[in-house]
Design a protein around this ligand. Structure first.
Ligand SMILES: Cc1cc2nc3c(=O)[nH]c(=O)nc-3n(C[C@H](O)[C@H](O)[C@H](O)COP(=O)(O)OP(=O)(O)OC[C@H]3O[C@@H](n4cnc5c(N)ncnc54)[C@H](O)[C@@H]3O)c2cc1C
Length: 550
């Protein structure tokens, strides 16, 4: 694609009629040549449409200042961060005198809600821009993470940045020659790593997740308000509920511990979700859903782990790990499940440095050219095996059962059969894990023949039985003995049920508290069903809100 066509896609011109719609919400501002309108790191950035003159978009991510492009008359600035939150990653500087329409983020949301075709154009442009600068552009380098592949903290930081879709380059201490020079330039030693660097500046030394969230500006403040609906968990179920809740006028907040997307967000390619015949990556699905929920005004709060649920005068109080509280008339629990850890002595020390619970590019980069094992016989394990086979020398797929047909979709089994570098070992379990500073081998045993063998793998990806994330719930929310939440008719006869009516389909044993997705007893563990349940729950939440008088 030539530069002119690319520019017209990344920076389309608005028509006079479209500008007139924006003008109603905008302040007209003038800037002098060289004035900085947005500085890298700024929060709460406004959206600008150029009335006259032009502005330069300037990047300093690889150390030197360079102009990426110019935004000219009738073009607009911005990216998904306007709606989802986050600090500016590039500066905006006036080139000559210029006049702009300046729109605050809340007003931009209203413009998007009220004008369908304008909304399509702006959102589409934001998405393409993000995709282009994240994946294709060589101009913008983003952050640099310097750390060893044998460091659990390096993995944690890379995993966090990837899950939250922040562009970064990883410089492996063990591999990259320029690392020593860069460390000297930053006046830090190897012992200080992992570090996060922007351009020639040290941003953070071995940051905690909370520090990363703060520095990247991706935590939206919690408001002291009574929400109509508080959703716990931003997996497919929670995000679907946020889209429906907010679009139908409910004051909605969604609280997420790690990153939007949940388990689906760790899937390299979801091929059975309706409407995506060529598949869609979990991160793309999650990012689009976040944007959609934000467009309708749902508030997404990341790095918010809900640790307790209590009730005060009939109102639900969600207690966060940070000590903050969120109050709501209704709560939707959509906390999903997490994979069980391997029950092998000493395996904990390899978490993040050889044992992984997801197979994304972040993990695949660690295993290039080596052999890996995938444990599990369900679709998640199958997808991981197929994805990893494209990046590593060989994948050993270990299952306890006789064959894959009981637990894996046919399309994945076919794909596995066609890949020369995936070898399936049935009736097999890991009996030992060996290594020193990193994982170097495993011993597997066949429980039918008793045969034992050693495999020279550098990583084990485990997708065995999942446990619901419900240990933070009070007794009033009834679960089965494994912790899956009971809903609907399953709680109608429970002593905790206090309303003078039957519980709604997705309502828990406490009226007004709902559950959807994988965390719910009897749910189908699929993206489509989680999305379906999240959407249906909103219908019942409306009915519940109509019957209470808070
Ligand atoms: C690797 C992989 C591949 C998969 N592939 C497919 C596929 O191709 N097709 C398909 O249909 N399904 C697939 N699945 C299954 C599908 O992803 C799940 O069924 C779906 O994600 C369940 O959605 P959910 O919203 O119920 O829960 P989850 O996706 O588990 O999301 C729950 C969210 O809640 C958050 N959370 C948990 N506890 C708290 C707390 N206390 N406070 C705040 N937040 C919290 C978590 O961080 C998480 O983001 C796959 C799963 C995996 C792991």
């Amino acid at each position: 694609m030539d530069e002119k066509t690319l520019n017209s896609i990344l920076f389309p011109k608005l028509s006079d009629a479209q500008i007139a719609k924006i003008e109603k919400f905008a302040q007209l501002k003038s800037y002098r040549d060289g004035e900085v309108i947005i500085e890298i790191g700024d929060c709460d950035i406004c959206f600008f449409v150029i009335k006259s003159g032009k502005m330069a978009i300037v990047d300093r991510s690889d150390g030197a200042e360079k102009t990426i492009t110019f935004v000219e008359e009738k073009q607009f600035t911005g990216d998904v961060a306007h709606l989802t939150g986050g600090r500016a990653v590039m500066s905006l500087i006036s080139q000559g005198d210029c006049q702009v329409y300046e729109v605050a983020a809340a007003d931009l949301r209203q413009i998007l809600r009220e004008n369908s075709s304008l909304s399509d154009l702006i959102l589409q442009t934001f998405i393409v821009r993000r995709q282009y600068y994240m994946e294709e552009s060589k101009d913008f380098s983003g952050l640099r993470v310097i750390g060893s592949r044998f460091s659990r903290d390096t993995f944690r930081i890379r995993d966090f940045l990837a899950k939250n879709r922040r562009k970064f380059t990883w410089l492996d201490l063990e591999e990259h020659q320029q690392v020593d020079a860069l460390l000297r330039q930053l006046h830090i030693s190897e012992a200080d790593t992992p570090v996060v660097v922007y351009g020639n500046e040290l941003v953070l030394k071995n940051p905690t997740t909370a520090e990363l969230v703060e520095r990247l500006g991706i935590k939206n403040p919690i408001q002291a308000t009574l929400y109509d609906l508080a959703i716990v968990g931003a997996g497919p179920a929670g995000l679907a509920a946020a889209v429906y809740g907010a679009s139908e006028g409910l004051n909605t907040i969604i609280l997420e511990h790690i990153a939007p997307g949940g388990q689906a967000g760790t899937s390299s390619k979801i091929e059975n979700y309706l409407g995506f015949p060529t598949g869609i990556s979990g991160t793309d699905l999650a990012n689009s859903a976040v944007l959609q929920a934000n467009k309708f005004g749902a508030q997404l709060a990341l790095n918010c782990q809900v640790v307790k649920l209590t009730f005060e005068d009939g109102i639900a109080v969600l207690h966060l790990g940070s000590g903050e509280h969120v109050t709501a008339k209704c709560v939707l629990i959509a906390t999903g499940v997490e994979y069980k850890k391997l029950n092998i002595e000493g395996c904990d020390r390899f978490d993040g440095v050889g044992i992984y619970y997801a197979a994304t590019t972040t993990e695949a980069q660690m295993c290039r050219g080596s052999q890996v094992a995938v444990v599990g016989g369900a679709n998640s394990a199958g997808q991981a095996a197929v994805f990893l086979a494209e990046h590593v020398e060989k994948v050993w797929l270990l299952i306890r059962g006789e064959d894959l047909s009981k637990s894996m979709s046919r399309y994945l089994i076919c794909r596995i059969e066609q890949m020369d570098n995936i070898e399936l070992l049935c009736n097999t379990e890991i009996s030992q894990i060996g290594g020193d500073d990193c994982l170097r081998s495993i011993e597997v045993s066949n429980h039918k023949t008793g045969e034992r063998r050693s495999l020279d793998v550098t990583a084990v990806f485990t997708f065995i039985g999942a446990v619901p994330r419900t240990n933070w719930l009070p007794q009033a929310i009834k679960t089965d003995d494994k912790g899956f939440i009971k809903t609907g008719l399953a709680v109608a006869d429970s002593a905790e049920w206090s309303a003078g009516r039957q519980p709604f389909l997705l309502e828990t044993s406490r009226p007004g508290i709902f559950a959807a997705g994988d965390v719910r007893l009897g749910s189908v563990k699929r993206v489509a069903s989680a999305v379906g349940e999240g959407s249906i729950a909103v219908q019942f939440i409306h009915q519940y809100l109509a019957e209470i008088s808070i």
